[in-house]
Design a protein around this ligand. Structure first.
Ligand code: ADP
Ligand code: MG
Length: 351
């Protein structure tokens, strides 16, 4: 599918003006992706992303900014009311134009998703081992049910559960154990890319840390790509190499994860990092500051820069002039008119 909209997203090449690098295509390249629900709700607007094999990309943003829509779009898991334009190149092959048979193969073996609510994603009436074995059987027609069950047990051990837990039903496991089962399922067909959509949000803090370490280890061992989605910038800064910050369906800031966390160039990025200080980080000595208000309803986006109604440093022109991602020093880009202005102090107007 090619883009039919004329959104003002940035050029797809990593460095505008330079030729595309020659060689293997990146593991994932998303170009000018838009998702519109029911013809009137533009939930994702002109997003570009790139993930290399072995790389970990974090996607941050408050609830309602389009993160899950983006994650589901990557594997065409959205309801039929969602219309997609742009390109989603997985190993150079466009997911948006794939035939169904190919898409089914890609869904577990090319890329897989770990969702937030493991209880809702697992089938309550089937043993978890059988649920892990199912995609293995689906994708390897030569595998026997006994071999798939054996592999399910190995996968459970890989995510820190005894193989015997394969016999359990989802309700017999804790929230953290169910999330481990979801991760085992995501690994079942050796995907090249794992997408984790708020994988720890529903869990308590100690279990969150364990699950995050587990995901990190698995990705490091297997050289797969990872997209980790969270509203918590501190978690993403710890786990990921690069970060993209989403607001109202767009990427408004991107760059090396620790730099974006430590000194975001977009006022929204700064607000998010102030909201989630990291223990032991100098930034955490500041009291966490909230950002008043909520992200806009995509069906009624404000004009100009969509962040301007909440922005503590907005200029008059921000109410009418939209901003595209622009170079913001080093490998960073941000969609703010003040990116290259002297450092703005936006602390005064945040509550
Ligand atoms: P996030 O994951 O960042 O919280 P979502 O992708 O879930 O954001 O939602 C982005 C926007 O799209 C929200 O305004 C949400 O209400 C809207 N939305 C999500 N799913 C649907 C749907 N199936 N139909 C219509 N609107 C939807
Ligand atoms: Mg979500």
């Amino acid at each position: 599918m090619t883009a039919t909209t004329t959104t003002t997203g940035p050029e797809p090449s990593a460095s505008p003006g330079l030729p595309e690098p020659v060689g293997d295509p990146p593991l994932l390249e998303v170009r000018n992706l838009t998702v519109t629900y029911g013809g009137t709700v533009p939930a994702v607007r002109g997003v570009d992303l790139r993930v290399e094999a072995g790389q970990k990309l974090g996607i941050a943003g408050e609830s309602g900014c389009g993160k899950s829509t983006l994650a589901l779009a990557l594997l065409r898991l959205l309801p039929a009311t969602a219309k997609l334009t742009g390109e989603i190149l997985l190993d150079g092959e466009d997911v948006l134009t794939m035939k169904w048979g190919r898409l089914r193969a890609v869904r577990w073996a090319g890329a897989s998703i770990v969702f937030q609510g493991a209880m809702h994603s697992l089938n309550a009436v089937h043993r978890v081992g059988d649920q892990i074995a199912e995609p293995i059987l689906l994708h390897n027609t030569k595998t026997t049910p006994a071999a798939a069950r054996k592999r399910a047990g190995e996968l459970l051990e890989q995510v820190g559960l005894p193989a015997a837990r394969a016999q359990a039903y989802p309700h017999e496991l804790s929230g953290g154990q169910r999330q481990r089962v979801m991760i085992a399922m995501a690994l079942a067909c050796d995907p090249r890319l794992i997408i984790a959509d708020e994988p720890t949000t529903a869990l308590d803090v100690m279990i969150q840390a364990q699950i995050l370490r587990l995901i990190e280890q698995l990705v490091a061992n297997q050289d797969v790509g990872l997209i980790m989605i969270s509203h918590d910038l501190a978690v993403l800064a710890d786990t990921c190499d690069r970060l993209s910050v989403m607001y109202a369906g767009r990427v408004v800031e991107e760059g090396p994860a620790r730099q974006v966390y430590a000194e975001a160039r977009h006022p929204y990025g700064r607000a998010l990092s102030a909201a989630f200080p990291r223990i032991g980080d100098p930034a955490s000595r500041r009291a966490p500051r909230g950002l008043p208000g909520d992200p806009p309803d995509p069906a009624a986006l404000p004009g100009g820069c969509t962040f301007h109604p909440r922005c503590p440093v907005a200029l008059d022109s921000c109410a009418t002039e939209d901003q595209e991602l622009r170079e913001a020093g080093g490998e960073r880009r941000a969609a703010c008119v003040l990116v290259n202005a002297p450092a703005a102090d936006d602390s005064r107007s945040m509550s």
